[in-house]
Design a protein around this ligand. Structure first.
Ligand code: CP3
Length: 345
């Protein structure tokens, strides 16, 4: 097995490593010229649905940087799209959902039957990526967390505070719990299909979970995430959980049953390691650091490596950003960060 995939798998299992592996959330995307080229000729969903295009886009960061893992090219909003909510990405704006979730009848209209087979294009993309890589790199599959998908479904698009979604959660908790359970059960099957297609690990993106207080996270999100982690863990699968803005939720994240936590940039690595001595930790440089010049990128990456070496002896640790890479990131800043981890010039 290639040393990169080997190192990535070793970190997931807690084995000794020569250095922590590195990959970046949203490493394939608009900051890369090759991706922008592909998008000139193809719609976003067409890229996701065409294994050759999705693999081409997923490989671009691996060709540019000595990363240890690839993430399948897809989106968290595949699930609402497959449920029939009509998801589009307009030029220069966030996602739009044609049909929102506001009432019991909206939920009843979700096309749950056959949803996982309609998501088969994502497993096909994982399979194509795995065949192409042939063991050279680790492979991540992913899904959105139930609450984050609920938030988009209720709001009908992006938002700073997801006010409509949070209001609905409080106003009609029974509807919210039903929707969260449905999203969770679909996600559990969807992620298992990605494992069967060749993913080594999956990450659940709870991009908006940090908007909730701890009690509501325990009431609504933890049980929904457990509906995903329980069946996957029973099969020996490994699951990482990223909760953006989740520092205040650290005391309860252990209850989610995740094998590891992707830390946002505001979460203290040492505190997280004290709390979770046997979990995988990943993160957590501020993505905006990559726009501040390469000297500071290198210095901050070295600081993180030192923390990781001191706190964990580099075991069970993966270097990453604390959120997805920003679209205006200069590609050579990524080169600076990654080479600081790998020791290549
Ligand atoms: O390398 C990779 O990680 C690419 C795969 C990937 C995408 N989206 C591709 C994408 C992943 C892992 C995601 C996750 C995702 N999608 C999240 C969670 C991570 C996070 O950033 O918090 C969220 C919230 C979304 C929802 C979403 N999809 C938004 C808000 C947008 C619009 C703009 C943007 O990029 O943030 C998308 C579209 C999208 N998904 C693009 C890409 C490359 C841009 C589409 C385009 O080409 O215009």
């Amino acid at each position: 097995m290639d040393p990169r995939r080997n190192r990535f798998l070793a970190s997931l299992s807690g084995a000794a490593v020569d250095r922590p592996p590195v990959w970046l959330m949203r490493q394939a995307g608009r900051y890369l010229p090759g991706y922008r080229e592909v998008r000139k000729a193809h719609g976003f969903w067409d890229v996701c649905h065409t294994p050759e295009l999705s693999t081409r886009v997923a490989l671009e960061p691996l060709e540019r940087y000595p990363l240890d893992a690839a993430i399948v090219f897809s989106d968290i909003l595949t699930v609402p799209e497959a449920l029939g909510l009509g998801v589009t990405f307009g030029p220069g704006e966030g996602p739009r959902l044609e049909r929102t979730l506001r009432s019991q009848s909206d939920l009843a209209a979700w096309k749950v039957e056959g949803v996982v087979s309609r998501l088969g294009f994502v497993s096909n993309a994982v399979k194509h990526l795995a065949t192409t890589l042939n063991g050279s790199h680790g492979i991540l599959g992913f899904s959105g967390a139930p609450f984050t998908l609920f938030a988009y479904a209720v709001e009908g698009g992006g938002s700073d505070d997801f006010a409509t979604a949070r209001t609905l959660l409080h106003r009609d908790p029974v509807l919210a719990e039903k929707a969260l359970a449905t999203l969770a059960d679909v996600s559990a099957e969807y992620l298992e299909a990605q494992f069967q297609a060749g993913a080594d690990v999956v990450q659940i993106f709870d991009t908006w979970g940090g908007l909730l207080d701890r009690a509501d996270y325990v009431k609504f999100c933890v049980p929904a995430i457990r509906r995903i982690t329980d069946p996957l863990r029973a099969k020996g699968r490994k699951v990482l959980l990223f909760v953006r803005g989740g520092a205040h939720l650290m005391p309860v994240l252990g209850e989610t049953g995740a094998d590891g936590f992707s830390l946002d940039w505001r979460t203290d690595w040492r505190e997280a390691r004290q709390r979770f001595p046997r979990s995988i930790l990943q993160g957590n440089l501020d993505p905006l650091l990559l726009m501040a010049g390469n000297d500071v990128v290198r210095a901050k990456t070295r600081d993180l490596l030192k923390t990781i070496a001191e706190a964990d002896g580099s075991k069970l640790s993966i270097v990453n950003l604390g959120h997805g890479i920003h679209k205006d990131t200069p590609p050579d800043a990524v080169a600076a960060m990654v080479s600081e981890v790998t020791g290549h010039a």
